[in-house]
Design a protein around this ligand. Sequence first.
Ligand code: FE2
Length: 341
Amino acid sequence: MTEVLLPTAVPHLKMKPIIKGQMRSSPPTTRAEFNPDTHLAFSDSPKVLSLADVSLPEDAGISHVACSEPFPLFSEEAIGIMRDEIFTTEVWENCLHSTEFAACQIRGHCPKYAPFMTKAWKDPKTLAIISKVAGVDLITNIDYEIGNLNFAVHGPEKDESKVGKKDDENLPVTKWHYDSYPFVCVVMMSDAREMVGGETALKNGSGEILKVRGPQMGSAVILQGRYVQHQALAALGGKERITMITSFRPRDPLIKDDSVLTSIRPISDPSELYYQWTKYRMEVLQARLQGMLTEMEDNYRSNKQTDIKRVKEVLGEQEKYLTITNSEIVEHRGPVRAWGS
Ligand SMILES: [Fe+2]
């Protein structure tokens, strides 16, 4: 399937009153260090919808989890520090992207402008929580995909008149789609107590829509978005709605990794994106080939016959991986052929 993904003109952003008041012209002077003992707020594992619940086979993805219910992840203090890191003019001058998919998105601020946020996501204790909920050991994907922020800020008059109207609550803000990376974690960065809607919608086999409610401030939802078709529903009420999205991939390089860059290219600096993408893909490939080499040498030393069928199978898999790695790198800006979407 061919899909054209191009950046569109910057839409009119209705966010000046609130965001402007919070913006600082210089970065925070004292940098807080992420402390997992005080900045994490996780307690019990949330309920999850399984792949079977959305009528997908058990082995469709990399774990049985389709989507989690919201669960507390970061403390209010941690969210405050992260907000301080992103509400600076240098972040907004360097990291703002506007497309038809997301009118106002901040990307590429980690690690340079947001060291606290970067550490928060990469901390082993955070990764252990995410992995526990996701049902598979995960690590953050490339740095470009850490702490992406989506902003929706409205004039309060407009919102208040809309809250509670049923039709608006079910308004999709994205089309039905799959994500580019295996797992995403969405964290609410705003006070969402007065918000209505904002769910993630998933479909089961009989076409029935399952809605997973949106998280409160500091809480998170985990979604295996590469394999589970989903859409975001509109949220109404509240003065601003900022969500932070971080993408994950399996820690074990031997687990399948169907990451692509479909929706990523139009909102990324090509030089930075393709450096990070190629580096991670080569590291995974290197680990896989090293594993294969060790296994072959061990077998040879033990006077075992070379398992030719297996050698060809593993080599074939790596050929495919390398082909996708290369195909996802597009030299020119403009209409691009999407892989696997
Ligand atoms: Fe998505």
